[in-house]
Design a protein around this ligand. Sequence first.
Ligand code: C2E
Ligand code: CA
Ligand code: CA
Length: 930
Amino acid sequence: MRLNFAWQIIIGTVAIQVAMVAVLMFSGISQVQQNQSQMLERFAEQQGRLLSSALTPGLAYADPAMLQDLLDLVADDSHVLYAVVLDAQDQPMASVGISPEAIPESGDRIRTAPGQIEILRDIELAGQPLGTLAVGYSTDAIDALSADLLQRNVLLAMGVLVLSMVAAIVFSLVITRRLRLLNQGAKALQVGRLDHRIPMRSNDEFGDLARTFNDVAAHLGTTQTTLEQQNQQLNRSVARLESMLGGANAILWEANPATHEWEFVAGDTRHLLGFPARNLGRGELRARHIHPSDLPRVQNAARESRKQSRTVDYRFAHRDGQWIWLRDILSWATDGDGRESLRGLTLDITAHRRTTDALAESENRYRDVVDHISEVIFRTDADGRWTLLNPAWEHLTGFSVEETLGRPMCDFVAPEDTEDARSFCATLLEGGSHAHSEEIRLRTREGDIRWVSVYASARFNERGEVTATFGTMTDISDRKQAEDEIRRLAFFDGLTHLPNRTLLHDRLSQTLGNTERSHLHGALLFIDLDNFKDINDTLGHAVGDDLLRQVAERMQDSVREADTLARLGGDEFVVILNDLHPDPARAATQAEAVGRKLIDLLRDPFELAGQKRHVTPSIGATLFSGRSLGVEEILKQADLAMYRAKNAGRNTVRFYDPDLHRAVEARFELESELRHALDQDHFSVHYQPQVDASGAVMGAEILLRWMHETRGAISPAEFIPVAEQTGLIVPIGRKVMRAACEQLAAWQHQPAFRDLTLSVNVSARQFRHRHFVRDLAAILDETGAPGERLKLELTESMLLENVETVIAHIEELRTLGIEFSLDDFGTGYSSLAYLKRLPLAQLKIDQSFVRDVLDDPNDAAIAQMVVNLAHTLDLDVIAEGVENDDQRAFLFGLGCRHFQGYLYGHPDTLAVLEAQVLRQAGNRHPAAHR
Ligand code: C2E
Ligand code: CA
Ligand code: CA
């Protein structure tokens, strides 16, 4: 049974109070009673003595009346119950009230009984007993007083009791309330509500207790938070550790170093070893599972790990019956108490072990293969230096692997292929290609050449840089030799060693491609020997073959490197010509020239079977440019043209295109006519005036004229190119030069013409001629012409080739006073750099710009540019082809001060020029002329 503290206080308080009151009352009452009886006895004693003395006389006198009077007096007191006086013989003498039956014997002097007190007294006189007195008093009044007193005391005690109970209740309420608060706090703590605080209302021990409690709770709260955090961390760490161990298929343990008994294990032993940790806790249990031949090592490692962490791999019998490979990483640790423990991390390395075993196995196999294979296997670093080679290398090249390693790959390549090898390496090492193969020649130690097929691939790092190359090299020398032979058989004619029809096709198709890109022309010459059949028939096949060989040799020598001479079969040969002129007529001329050269080549007799025999060819030619015609078509055309040549009487060249043929013929005709004209001196010169800003004639340009017997005057524009091609320009030019010089010399004697200059056109071929300077000097010398009156007009095309020679010639001629003008300026591609170096006196604005200078802003801009350039370089500038005043005015506006053109005069005879000069002189000085 449980009793509240409040009740305990109340009950306790009440019990104590009751006990106290009871004791007090009891002692009070007994005291009162004792006092009362003492008082009564004393009173009875006194009353007895008083009465005795009062009664003595009555007795003495044995007077009963007196005694009766006295007793009646006494009986007035209401308290007297009775009074009896006995004589010495105990006979009653007097009495009042009802005396008891028996008067007590003498002895008991005072006798108390409830509600009364009896006094018995012997009355004596002078020692003589007189009688006895017995009086009974009622004690009711005193008893009532005592009872009253007692009642009051009881009431008082009750009041005190009630008050103390109230006090106890109040007190207990206060106490229990506080206790309840403390209790609540304690309960809150119990259930973990550490944030609970006890209200502190009083500044007493309870308050202190509450404060202390609160402090404890607060402290517990922070401690608990910390603990919780640490706990969480710990849990996380543990979870992580477990998962890590699980992931790594590992366990972590700590063992007693003496017994090897596990004291702590983390990780899943069941998974790793097949048994729960408790089954393997004892060291000897584990030892039983370790492979007997590995056990000593494991034990050794455990011992040695005391000094230094040790790693040991061993086999362990898994529960599933398999041997698994484990690796223990062992170390010793000492804790704070100096207790040592053996710690280990056990890993399952079975898979790793399997791969390494397999790797070692395959490595051995690979080594075996690499060492015995006939292919060279190699590796180079990122600089192309050998880092690995197998013995096949030594077999292939005679160089030992040791002396080769570290050297650049290219060191062993034959000189012919060094470039190829370098670019091969470069492509690979620069990461341009992952894998690459190439056929190259190596030079062996003996200096022989071995063909190898190299296959190599690059190895890259994460940044995409090449770190190494790896590859193989196969000796393909035999194959190459066979291939060469096959190629020779496939592409070359066995008799003449010239390219055969197949190769011809190939080359022709290649040329078609080239002409398509370059827009130049190509030509095919189809050559057939006339009457070869006769030689073959009469002198035999062997001689026929010999002839073919000789013909091939002669022709081969005269064909340019870029061109191809092939044998189609029988007595048919073909020449492919590359890079002919873009203009078909010019290209045809070039082709015809080659054809004629071939005819010339064969003109000399051949030595055949001891005899001299003449052989002539018939040559068919066709031009092509681009791929509009196929290879077969072109061959057919040339073949057809060849038949034309045969029909035309053999030993000649014919073109497939009749127009072309005519043009070429006309050209050749022109050429022969030119030669004829030169012999017959059918050339003359015209003069075209050149004027200054005022229109006064300063001189003239000499322009060549060919007076043809039947066709009349032929323009130099028509024949100068042919003259240039054939070289006839040199003698023709010399004639013009002489004519100019002679005229200049003649004018020296005529004051009106003395200051005139003459401009002479000089073409490139002429100017570059070795003797040009010497010849001109000679002409000047012979004629006595003043060099400073002679001006040579050069064209820009002259500067395209060999500009140094041109400059040298100009420099030399300038010492003779001769000046130079750059003709047709603006039409070519003069490099301004050269222009600056050329010691010129004049630029000539070409007539093509002058013609449209008023209408075409481009032409005007070029004209302006030429004028500006001339001014910048401090040169004269002259405009040619000026036909009207507007052109002249415009050019004048640009800054041009010298002019030439129909506006001032057509090219005409000397007489016309001189007349014009004289006329002007007359206009200026009319008096002098008259
Ligand atoms: P070029 O040196 O540009 O000569 C100027 C050409 O323009 C001349 O033609 C001339 O007759 C023509 N011409 C002059 N003024 C005018 C004009 O106002 N309007 C037009 N439309 N034409 C004009 P030509 O005489 O037929 O000569 C042609 C080219 O032949 C010359 O061009 C020059 O390059 C060359 N040539 C002439 N004579 C010789 C020479 O003796 N030796 C060399 N190597 N070449 C010469
Ligand atoms: Ca000219
Ligand atoms: Ca010109």
